[in-house]
Design a protein around this ligand. Structure first.
Ligand SMILES: C[S@@+](CC[C@H](N)C(=O)[O-])C[C@H]1O[C@@H](n2cnc3c(N)ncnc32)[C@H](O)[C@@H]1O
Length: 238
């Protein structure tokens, strides 16, 4: 399939992909998740150090997280890296105030506290329930077809479009759709530098050719400026 021609996506200056730790409250807001949605069999990919899986299972739900770093780092190395990345991410937020809006988080201190609390919750759950944290790397996941009812993908695909190309996006979305029998939701649609992903239209056109319908939906959450939209993908009927 053709790749769109255009300028390279601007480097945000963040450096290596952050290993970040978002909470269930943040996921609820980013993905407009209802109580009903959270009762489905969920996959969080990439899971990073997010506490979604811990919190959903603690509330009686059924969630799994998948991330390549679950294979590559021991639990202690992982926690140390996530702590260092919480600090690095917070420094980036403080250094680029024009890219952020304060609302969900009151201020940069609140942002940092929130990430560290999610990391603490993640670390305890991963130690108690390692089976919930499955090593795997897009665009090829270690799950059977339709293994989940709802798949969530936060802060990888378009966030790091300065290094993850169009073909990776198309293949990864196809793979995330393979493992859900319901929806795939992706957030955000802006890069780390708070610039809209420029190839959304050709991407949606190519997904449509593969039988995947994708619609852009506004959400009631905006931390990165312009980062208040998610992509909801479903398989076209018939
Ligand atoms: C910014 S974190 C997002 C984590 C979590 N979703 C959140 O919102 O807090 C990005 C994650 O993507 C993971 N990652 C990097 N390349 C990946 C790939 N090819 N497939 C799946 N995950 C990947 C990294 O290990 C990292 O944990």
């Amino acid at each position: 399939m053709d790749e769109p021609r255009g300028a390279a996506v601007h480097d945000s200056g963040i450096g290596a992909v952050l290993l970040s730790a978002r909470s269930l409250a943040e996921y609820r807001a980013m993905f407009a998740l209802s109580d009903l949605a959270l009762r489905q069999r969920l996959l969080d990919c990439p899971g990073g150090a997010a506490s979604l899986t811990a919190e959903v299972n603690a509330a009686g739900g059924d969630a799994r997280a998948c991330d390549p770093l679950y294979a590559h780092l021991s639990a202690d190395e992982f926690a140390a890296r996530a702590q260092a990345d919480a600090d690095r991410g917070n420094r980036y937020v403080r250094d680029h105030p024009e890219q952020y809006r304060w609302g969900f988080f009151a201020d940069p201190d609140d942002h940092h506290r929130h990430r560290r609390a999610a990391l603490t919750r993640f670390t305890a759950d991963r130690k108690a329930h390692p089976e919930r944290y499955v090593p795997g790397e897009l665009p090829c996941l270690p799950f059977t077809d339709n293994a989940f009812e709802l798949v969530l993908s936060s802060h990888l695909l378009f966030s790091y479009a300065d290094r993850l190309g169009f073909a990776f996006h198309r293949e990864s979305i196809g793979e995330l759709m393979r493992v859900t029998r319901g929806e795939l939701r992706i957030f955000p649609l802006v890069t780390m530098g708070a610039v809209s992903y420029p190839y959304l239209e050709p991407l949606l056109a190519q997904l449509a050719e593969c039988g995947i319908t994708a619609r852009v939906t506004d959400v009631d959450y905006e931390f990165q400026v312009g980062g208040n939209r998610m992509l909801v993908c479903t398989r076209r009927a018939g």
